[in-house]
Design a binder for this molecule. Structure first.
Ligand code: FE2
Ligand code: FE2
Length: 392
């Protein structure tokens, strides 16, 4: 299929990325809407490629570059991050870009050489926050954003065109033919996808995110070009900055309760329903046999209250509940949350204690523990009513 005509996304900048319409699992993250791997070509006498794409799209990247310029004219390839979705094409691309030097930070170079030892054949130029890349008509500054979300992550900024190349920052997993949020009909949906991405990938990155926002705050930015999904320009930039700013300060939390449960005989599900009915605030209910980890993380992202329910089976919490707890813990999604634990048992009362132990270092506060033997009774209903009187 011939490629669409070349696309300018900022002054002197062409989009040369790939749209992955069919990817549905991205290192465990369920990407129901696919994604894109956005790479950019900055046209200068010193032509500069900014990031590459996933390995399976290598040829497409080369074809898009050749639509704009000759391969021999590419002088630099800036790598903002070494993860495979941005670097997979690099070894192949470098065999064709005969005059190119890879420009990146020291840690990213180390990661790239570990992932692709054959890159040892090519020249590297190491940059950092105080060493810009000076091209013939543009300068590119670098903003290292370690742990946003890898130690090697960085943003590139071109002050001549007020453009920030943010790599994974401000991204979303959406495959679409548009390049900017103002071109898609449902902007709220883009923000939802950005929250899902933030919850599932950037969860542990609140502190580095705030640092990155502080550093970016001093820049004049007209365009943010992301590596995934749609990008941001003009007034929409504030939408993206606001989302990250709320998250960095933990202000995304709402008076909302996410209830996660695994029910084997139906009693835990019934308890989840009683909790939902008793809740005076918005509830989002997740049967863990149906909803995947990606959806659970998105739900927990903005919930001030998290309820978890499990039966005791083989003298412990169910593996499904444990796996979900561990996933949310890894993403720091219990931090500053108020937690309600509930469980049923037949002869060993263990599930609630197991859940409490698992989340003990997660930064949440357990505010209610509800446990019952065999069957829900009036005592359980009264406890929910009584506990909720104090909680809300
Ligand atoms: Fe990444
Ligand atoms: Fe990525």
């Amino acid at each position: 299929m011939p490629l669409a005509s070349k696309e300018i996304v900022a002054p002197d900048v062409f989009w040369v990325g790939s749209i992955d319409w069919s990817v549905r699992v991205f290192h465990g993250y369920h990407t129901d809407e696919g994604t894109s791997y956005n790479a950019y070509l900055l046209m200068d006498e010193d032509v500069t490629l900014i990031d590459t794409v996933k390995q399976s799209f290598s040829q497409e990247l080369i074809e898009r570059i050749t639509q704009v310029t000759s391969l021999d004219s590419v002088k630099y390839v800036i790598m903002n991050h070494a993860e495979n979705d941005h670097s997979g094409a690099l070894p192949y691309v470098m065999t064709l870009l005969k005059n190119a030097t890879i420009v990146t930070n020291k840690i990213c170079m180390e990661h790239l050489l570990l992932l692709y030892p054959e890159l040892n054949l090519y020249p590297f130029k190491i940059v950092n926050n105080s060493t810009p890349l000076v091209l013939k008509s543009h300068t590119i500054q670098f903003l290292q954003v370690p742990m946003l979300h890898w130690p090697d992550s960085m943003f590139s900024y071109c002050p001549d065109i007020n453009t920030l190349f943010s790599n994974d920052g401000f991204g979303q997993h959406i495959a679409c033919s548009e390049r900017f949020i103002d071109q898609v009909p449902l902007q709220d949906h883009v923000l939802r996808q950005m929250r899902e991405y933030t919850a599932n990938i950037l969860g542990p990155c609140q502190v580095p995110l705030q640092t990155a926002l502080d550093n970016a705050g001093s820049l004049q930015i007209d365009t943010i070009l992301t590596a995934h999904g749609v990008s941001w320009r003009d007034s929409s930039i504030q939408l993206a900055l606001n989302e990250y700013s709320l998250f960095a300060q933990n202000k995304q939390l709402k008076k909302k309760m996410s209830i996660f449960f695994h029910s084997i005989r139906g009693t835990v599900k019934r308890t989840a329903e009683l909790i939902a009915q008793a809740s005076p605030i918005q509830v989002s209910m997740h049967d863990l046999t149906i909803d995947d980890l990606t959806k659970c993380a998105l739900s927990a992202y903005d919930s001030e209250y998290i309820a978890f329910g499990s039966p005791t089976i083989y003298s412990q919490v169910t593996p499904l509940v444990e796996a979900t707890l561990q996933y949310l813990l890894g993403l720091h999604l219990f931090k500053n949350r108020k937690v309600i634990l509930f469980g049923a048992f037949s002869w060993v009362d263990k599930a609630v204690q197991d859940m409490k132990r698992l989340i003990s270092n997660g930064g949440g506060t357990v505010i209610s523990e509800i446990s019952f033997k065999m069957q829900i009774n009036e005592r359980v209903k009264d406890q929910i009513t009584e506990d909720f009187k104090h909680i809300f």
